[in-house]
Design a binder for this molecule. Structure first.
Ligand code: ATP
Length: 426
């Protein structure tokens, strides 16, 4: 089968790596891909938001399945456009993708479907939002409705901070039209975890729990990034609670979407917060998280292509979705300066050395292949060095041993990936 993976991050390298292991994959393309995907298949220079370009390529190459890595193409209607051409897509249609594309839509769906989430209000007018914030007081959370590259959420500690966030989003248009509408919601205090499930429109199959590390600095300090590392399982969400959790946060969404005539097919990601009063959903994503995808796919025991086909064909109960018993942990190696400005074009060495360690795989993100078969850095998050181990402690030890074998100028990584989970284990 001919597969096209859309996107260019570490997540997409992991998807290509896992799909390549399927005996039925004959041709594998990544658009636009990176240095890692180039080693698994063929990169094609089409950006992830170029829907007509992706459709034309898929038709020309007679692609059998398109796998959407990031949310943007899904929100832009990639799945719908492919459906019109009779090409299957792993990833929901634009209506369902609004679970991530519009925070207001997402909160309204959660409310209607009975999913536990923080109490909220939706505003289109700055003055009304400001008055509400003044009335409620701080801490309070202000969210731009649309996609804002992970920067559209402000957890305000004071009323002034919340007003400043509203002004920035609604008046000064820092995120363009994504901030025309805002969600203002109560703050939930607790520990976060990610919970993902494959969905075929009617059924789901859960993946193991995971946790990411958004802040750039150790001890969760400094500005938020796309994610500096992740591990699985997250001890806060143990295996015995998966079924009950899925019935709370996955099943109601599947049912809601089916009732609307918009069956959800793809992977559904619930961002959870464990508070003293129980579980709350912070957000839904309509794709794998990056970097959670890397440890999750390292643990996935089964044929990813068969699982994805079962999702799009509505026969998920026919395939086995199992996880290896080991834990997995991924450390992101970034270019120093990220998430602000950073240099590019640094030569990367030591990947093969790192991968010679047991259970280690180096997923590439901001990298580009060179003509002589090497790789150079081309983005802020450069690599996600991922290791399996018997338990989190061993996975962590192996991942950092591997990190120490990889070199590029001015690399930066957090040294405390997984510590939150290890502390919980005691
Ligand atoms: P991303 O797509 O990068 O995960 P996002 O921009 O879609 O992020 P959310 O995930 O909804 O935004 O929120 C980002 C972060 O803000 C959450 O991971 C959480 O730490 C914090 N957050 C969001 N809502 C709340 C809340 N109600 N209470 C406390 N913290 C919150």
């Amino acid at each position: 089968m001919k597969i096209l993976v859309v996107g260019s991050g570490g997540r997409e390298h992991a998807l290509c790596w896992k799909l390549r292991q399927s005996p039925r994959v004959t041709e594998l393309y990544a658009a636009p891909g990176n240095g890692g995907t180039a080693a698994e298949g063929v990169n094609v220079p089409i950006q992830d938001d170029d829907i007509p370009g992706l459709i034309a390529f898929a038709k020309e190459k007679h692609i059998d399945l398109v796998v959407a890595g990031p949310e943007l193409p899904l929100v832009l209607g990639l799945s719908d456009a492919l459906a019109r051409e009779g090409i299957p897509c792993f990833g929901p249609n634009a209506y369902a993708a609004n679970l991530e594309g519009s925070k207001a839509f997402s909160k309204l769906v959660m409310h209607e479907a009975g999913v536990p989430t923080a109490p909220f209000r939706i505003f289109d007018e700055f003055e009304l939002a400001r008055d509400f914030v003044r009335e409620k007081g701080a801490p309070i959370v202000v969210k731009a409705d649309g996609l804002a590259a992970g920067k559209g959420v402000v957890v305000a500690r004071t009323v002034e901070e919340a007003e400043e966030a509203l002004d920035m989003m609604m008046n000064r248009k820092a995120f363009g039209s994504a901030g025309d509408r805002v969600v203002v919601e109560e703050t939930l205090q607790g520990e976060e975890a990610s919970f993902l499930a494959f969905c075929d429109g009617e059924h789901y199959a859960v993946l193991p729990s995971s946790q990411d590390h958004k802040a750039v600095g150790e001890g969760d300090t400094g500005p938020n990034t796309g994610g500096m590392g992740a591990y699985s399982p997250a001890p806060i969400l143990p295996r015995e609670r998966f079924e009950e959790t899925a019935e709370q946060v996955i099943r109601p969404i599947l049912r809601h979407m089916a009732e609307k005539g918009q069956p959800y097919k793809g992977v559904l990601y619930a961002g959870l917060m464990y508070t003293a009063d129980g579980l709350g959903v912070l957000e839904y994503n309509v794709r794998f998280g990056d970097p959670e995808c890397q440890p999750l796919l390292a643990r996935l025991d089964g044929d990813l292509l068969e699982i994805m086909l079962a999702c799009v064909e509505g026969r998920l109960p026919e395939v086995a979705v199992k996880a290896r018993p080991e834990a997995a942990l991924g450390v992101v190696m970034a270019a120093e300066g990220y998430p602000q400005s950073y240099p590019k074009g640094m030569e990367i060495s030591g990947i093969a050395d790192a991968e010679s360690l047991p259970g280690v795989k180096v997923f590439q993100a901001g990298t580009a292949p060179t003509e002589d078969g090497g790789v150079v850095t081309s983005g802020g998050r450069v690599l996600c060095v991922t290791a399996l181990g018997d338990g989190l402690a061993e996975a962590k030890e192996r991942a950092y041993l591997a990190v120490n074998k990889v070199h590029f100028e001015n690399s930066y990584f957090r040294r405390d990936i997984g510590d939150k989970g290890l502390q919980r284990l005691g």
